[in-house]
Design a protein around this ligand. Structure first.
Ligand code: BJW
Ligand code: ZN
Length: 243
């Protein structure tokens, strides 16, 4: 466990408006593969080639089988100490907003009270014809592809490349980003926009930006502090420093 030092330690004790922006690395210690790390491929396919509307149009069954696998993996995974530490931070700070790119639902299962989901959820299905949305928590869906009452095909309620992010989530996230004094950027490669632009926007608005990642990313040179290690080891140290 690495305790924070210097400015971060001082800031945490001053109860700053805080945004925690998370990516797939937060769930890595729960056994879920990241997108761009080892183990991310499914049946030899790069997940990035499947997370597009074009792939779904061309091969809906293949894309659905991929998401069925993702749902099954996520359902059997458990929140890890990184998710729990974020819940603890939410309890200790009076104004903390969790903004996630993750679709696995592990923040929610850990107990995060309020979450802004930028890229949707594995557990929401949306009709490609009438647009109706519904929650479905079954890990494996039968039959595939699932159908809507209107006769249309359902699709995963996630945001694919080239698609707009949910307007309400974006609005809430941008508001929190503009108004925070501390941003923790945890477990994201900072390659996918518009999420990747949020830390820079926060910093431009005067926030102290901290990155937690065992690897360097394009964001690393721009942050105030980089904590080099797994989120499940670093974040509990942030919590314990506030005891
Ligand atoms: C650990 C760890 C441990 C490991 N502890 N860390 C501006 C410039 C250029 C391009 C664009 C732009 N604006 C928009 C675009 C286009 C595009 C984009 O960003 N392209 C880039 C790739 C260049 N963006 C979009 O299309 C977005 N839509 C949009 O902007 O609409 C308007 C528009 C459209 C078209 C043109 C212009 C504007 C939509 C993006 C949707 C992303 N969707 C996905 C799939 C979601 C569904 C699913 O899950 O299947 O979201 S892609 C995938 O990437 C997923 C993730 O949420 C997202 C980010 O990945 P993440 O979380 O960062 O994971 P990894 O694997 O990349 O990184 C993991 C990190 O964890 C690594 O750094 C590890 O080191 C670290 N780690 N273990 C801490 N234990
Ligand atoms: Zn329908």
């Amino acid at each position: 466990m690495q305790e924070p030092t210097g400015e971060l330690l001082r800031l945490l004790s001053s109860d700053p408006p805080t945004v925690v922006l998370t990516g797939a690395g937060v769930s890595a210690e729960s056994g879920l593969a990241t997108f761009r790390g080892p183990g991310g491929h499914w049946e030899g396919r790069d997940p990035m080639s499947l997370a597009t509307p074009e792939a779904f149009d061309a091969e809906p069954m293949t894309v659905w089988r991929f998401y069925d696998w993702r749902r099954t993996q996520a359902a059997s995974a458990k929140p890890n100490p990184a998710h729990t530490a974020i819940v603890d931070l939410e309890k200790k700070l009076s104004n903390l907003t969790v903004v996630t790119q993750n679709v696995d639902g592990l923040h929610e299962r850990a107990g995060t009270a309020e979450i802004i989901r930028l890229h949707g959820s594995l557990w929401t299905l949306r009709c490609t014809v009438c647009g109706a949305e519904r929650e479905d928590l079954r890990p494996a869906l039968h039959p595939l592809p699932p159908g809507c009452g209107c006769g249309g095909m359902l699709r995963p309620g996630v945001v694919w490349f080239g698609e707009q992010l949910p307007r309400e989530s974006m609005g809430k996230a941008q508001n929190a980003v503009r108004n925070c004094r501390l941003m923790l950027v945890v477990g994201t490669s900072s390659l996918v926009y518009p999420a990747a632009a949020m830390p820079q926007a926060a910093r431009a608005a005067g926030a102290f930006v901290v990155e937690v990642n065992p690897e360097r990313t394009p964001l690393t040179p721009m942050v105030d502090e980089h904590y080099d290690g797994p989120a499940g080891e670093i974040l509990p140290g942030f919590v314990s420093s506030m005891a």
